[in-house]
Design a protein around this ligand. Structure first.
Ligand SMILES: [Zn+2]
Length: 85
């Protein structure tokens, strides 16, 4: 798995990757991050951080905490809150 594939795999599972200094934070639905995927993300961490920083991103339109490639996106967490409200 390449760094780009690991990012795409994480996103397809609803996991949001956020660069935080030299570390990478993953936030997503419980159980979405498999042991294998986590290993790939950690293995490619330096490259993933570069890829994430180089991407044009748009914040979640509701909380502005998470970034996406597409404009006007609502993050998993905000969607979850809205559904339960
Ligand atoms: Zn949000």
């Amino acid at each position: 798995m390449t760094a780009q594939q690991a990012i795409e795999e994480a996103r397809s599972r609803g996991i949001v990757l956020t660069p935080a200094g030299a570390t990478l934070r993953f936030l997503g639905p419980k159980g979405a991050l498999s042991k294998e995927l986590k290993r790939e993300l950690v293995r490619h961490k330096p490259e993933i951080l570069v890829l994430l920083r180089g991407d044009p991103t748009y914040p979640c339109v509701r909380c502005e905490t998470f970034a996406f490639h597409e404009a006007d996106t609502v993050c998993y967490w905000c969607r979850k809150v809205r559904r339960e409200a």
